[in-house]
Design a protein around this ligand. Structure first.
Ligand SMILES: C[S@@+](CC[C@H](N)C(=O)[O-])C[C@H]1O[C@@H](n2cnc3c(N)ncnc32)[C@H](O)[C@@H]1O
Length: 213
């Protein structure tokens, strides 16, 4: 273990095992759209086992992939070797990024703002490391707007059972609002239902880009 580690080996194994199905169901295409057109130096927070790495376009000069979970980080380090752009995998947390102020052209948050302990703090960190003309790319699941799904998801989140199984994931977060509250202008955003696994209900996801206001 190193500083910046959050060890959740059971979740890590489950996430790696379940990923292939989610990718086939559409996540691969979401990742491709998330990263299309990026260039320069990029930070990806909570990079997991590196499922985004194959989709970084060739104009990206370096990806700094920060991942606190040691098992996922080991997989990510292996995935980085076959990426077509340079990817450096580091231990660390979104809440305290190991990067200088205004040092990246883009920041990527992919299915991670549900799991950070404090969204405001993580987004403030992303804003800090972004250059003033940089952009935030996000792909996240968010709380449903309509009943009865909204109240059900809020109850599941509050119960603590889902966060305990799913690596600290809070499904009832309004991440669009958090991004705006953190001082970003959302320039483009799609909202769509997606079920990552065959027997899961569809839940709303957002995919888009934002810039420091
Ligand atoms: C659902 S997984 C998503 C992984 C990857 N981003 C993807 O798109 O497949 C959530 C990720 O958030 C990471 N995570 C949890 N808490 C974090 C924190 N405080 N800072 C950064 N990453 C965190 C987990 O270790 C895990 O890799």
């Amino acid at each position: 273990m190193t500083s910046g580690d959050i060890a959740r080996p059971r979740f890590a194994r489950m996430y790696v095992r379940g990923a292939a199905g989610a990718e086939e169901r559409g996540a691969t295409e979401h990742r491709r759209r998330l990263l299309a057109g990026l260039r320069g130096r990029v930070v990806e927070v909570g990079a997991g086992h590196g499922l985004n790495f194959p989709h970084y376009p060739p104009d990206v000069s370096e990806v700094v992939a920060v991942e606190p979970e040691p098992t996922l980080r080991e997989h990510a380090t292996a995935a980085a070797r076959s990426a077509r752009v340079p990817v450096r995998v580091l231990a660390g947390v979104a809440d305290e990024l190991p990067l200088e102020d205004a040092s990246v052209d883009a920041a990527v948050a992919s299915l991670v703002l549900c799991s950070v302990p404090d969204q405001g703090r993580a987004l403030a960190e992303l804003r800090r490391v972004l250059k003033p003309d940089g952009e935030l790319r996000f792909y996240e699941h968010v709380v449903p707007r309509c009943q009865p799904k909204r109240i059900l998801i809020q109850a599941i989140d509050r119960s603590g059972v889902w966060p305990a199984i799913a690596g600290g994931c809070h499904p009832a977060r309004d991440t669009t609002e958090a991004i705006m509250q953190a001082g970003f202008d959302v320039e483009e955003m799609e909202r769509f239902g997606f079920a990552a696994q065959r027997f899961e209900p569809q839940i709303p996801h957002i995919l888009g880009r934002a810039r420091p206001a």
